[in-house]
Ligand binder design. Structure first.
Ligand SMILES: C[C@H](O)[C@H](O)[C@@H](O)C(=O)CO
Length: 490
């Protein structure tokens, strides 16, 4: 077994996608970005969709570049994407329509319709998954209730990352961590939940077979390998859910640690050996998403930097194109604790004119509004940090274990102001890095699948030796605690 091994990681988020070449040698992981491309919703027939054909072509381009860049032939390709979304393929193996975007309005009011068919508590007891209208369950229910022709013609439903893999290697499968985000999988059996499909009248036969992360799915098809111009590299099921790969990429330094995968969304939680599905996790709204190597990701979705991304897009539309760096700089100089919002208010889920919606929320809660961009970004970041504190306290309450350190990973760590606010608001030591935790976890899972690594501990050891980490110590926490008390009383 040669010392050096390389793998191709395809990592797509809601805002951008990248193809990385990961090279493992001498206990270190080196990541090289060979291709990066934009991503975002496209409007088709008045609905929000993903431009799947473009994404697939970008992925193929990236794989070609990675294969050319690699010293030898990469040992595998792993694909991960955001959760819940899927494509439908017909019996002819072709995609029936452009996949829907989870922020499309077709799921408005769908949860209530589901609860009329099966109680909210029973759905939770079965799946252990948090309630978000964007969950796959409500997307499929919306199609059934709309007598969707596309659903009627469906041979197989395939989740986004696995759909990209399908068009690379021709194999239909449902990787476990990604499948778990759907709220259609029975957390106890790791199989599709018969109870949910029966009670909601959904076609279980269209669901793909669930496979565990680390499964070697199959080589690139002859056509794909020829068209890309690379060998028939095996496609490996990794933590197909980007957050599952990100959690494997957490360095996990000493003590009892929590993680925050920070990007469009903020996913905050802990890694546990067994799902916790009880009245407390139900009340707190915790989710038990599948992790790699038989772990569970107990976490909560927090609206995240989507709020800042959407403000930036609106100000751009209004002719002021400020970079994230410039916006954060303005925020650092703005008045502390000017106002506070509930970041997870469903008013903020859909795209479009976020500053106006934030001001409406401030006015509705008896707070002053603002047209100052720095002030608005600051109150968003402060509100996120206070939500992190609330979530961390809930994690400690549910697990009974105090958290010593908060690991923040992902693109969001470039917002150093938010990292510092997270330390200040929670009163916890924050360790930030790596930015590319998801791509790292993707490559490391392939290394485990190909026998180069024994498991999670060895993988995290490599993360600790391969990336620079930045520490943030809590400052001025009393002022934050005072603010937090006012926040929690709301
Ligand atoms: C809907 C979100 O994409 C999902 O809940 C989240 O876990 C994710 O995938 C973030 O990339």
């Amino acid at each position: 077994m040669s010392e050096t091994a390389s793998y191709i990681a395809v990592d797509l988020g809601a805002e951008s996608g990248r193809v990385m070449l990961g090279t493992m040698a001498a206990g270190e992981l080196h990541l090289e970005e060979v291709h990066r491309f934009g991503n975002g919703p496209v409007e088709i027939e008045g609905s929000l969709r993903w431009d799947f054909d473009r994404l697939l072509s970008e992925v193929r381009t990236g794989i070609g570049l990675a294969a050319k860049t690699a010293a030898g032939t990469p040992l595998g390709i792993g694909v991960d994407t955001w959760g819940v979304d899927f494509g439908l393929i017909g019996d002819d193996g072709r995609l029936i329509e452009a996949p829907y975007h989870y922020r499309d309005s077709r799921t408005n009011g769908m949860m209530e319709k589901a609860f009329a068919l099966m109680s909210k508590r029973d759905i939770y007891q079965n799946t252990g998954i948090q309630f978000m209208q964007l969950n796959s369950l409500y997307q499929v229910l919306a199609m059934r209730l709309a007598d969707s022709a596309a659903l009627a013609r469906t041979g197989k439903l395939i989740f986004m990352a696995d759909l990209l893999s399908y068009f690379l290697c021709g194999q239909v499968f449902g990787e476990y961590t990604l499948a778990s985000t759907s709220q259609m999988m029975d957390m106890a059996t790791g199989r599709w939940s018969k109870a949910i499909f029966e009670k909601l009248g959904l076609p279980i036969e269209i669901m793909p077979e669930i496979v565990m992360p680390g499964t070697v799915v199959g080589p690139l098809t002859d056509d794909v390998a020829r068209e890309i111009g690379c060998p028939k590299i095996p496609v490996i099921a990794v933590g197909s859910h980007d957050t599952a790969s990100a959690v494997l990429g957490v360095p996990g330094t000493g003590g009892n640690w929590a993680y925050l995968s920070s990007g469009t969304w903020s996913l905050m939680g802990v890694e546990i050996p067994k799902a916790i599905i009880d009245d407390k996790t139900f009340e707190y709204g915790f989710t038990n998403e599948g992790g790699v190597q038989n772990t569970i990701r107990l976490l909560k979705n927090i609206m995240g930097l989507w709020l800042v991304q959407e403000c930036k897009r609106q100000w751009q539309r209004e002719g002021q194109d400020l970079s994230y760096g410039e916006l954060t700089d303005l925020a650092s100089k703005a008045e502390p604790f000017f106002g506070i919002i509930d970041c997870d208010c469903s008013d903020f889920l859909a795209p479009g004119d976020m500053p106006t919606r934030i001001n409406k929320h401030l006015a509705q809660t008896g707070q002053p509004t603002t047209d100052d961009k720095g002030q608005m970004v600051r109150l968003v970041l402060e509100s996120l940090a206070l939500k992190y504190r609330r979530t961390l306290e809930a994690i400690e309450d549910v697990t009974g274990d105090p958290i010593d350190v908060l690991h923040i990973v992902g693109g969001g760590i470039q917002n150093e102001l938010l990292c510092q606010f997270a330390a200040d608001a929670t009163g916890k030591r924050v360790v930030a890095g790596p930015i590319e935790a998801t791509a790292s976890g993707n490559v490391l899972m392939q290394a485990i699948a190909t026998g180069r690594l024994k498991g999670i501990d060895e993988a995290r050891e490599i993360v600790r030796h391969s990336f620079d980490l930045k520490e943030y110590r809590p400052q001025d926490t009393p002022a934050w605690t005072h603010r937090y008390e006012r926040f929690t009383k709301r």
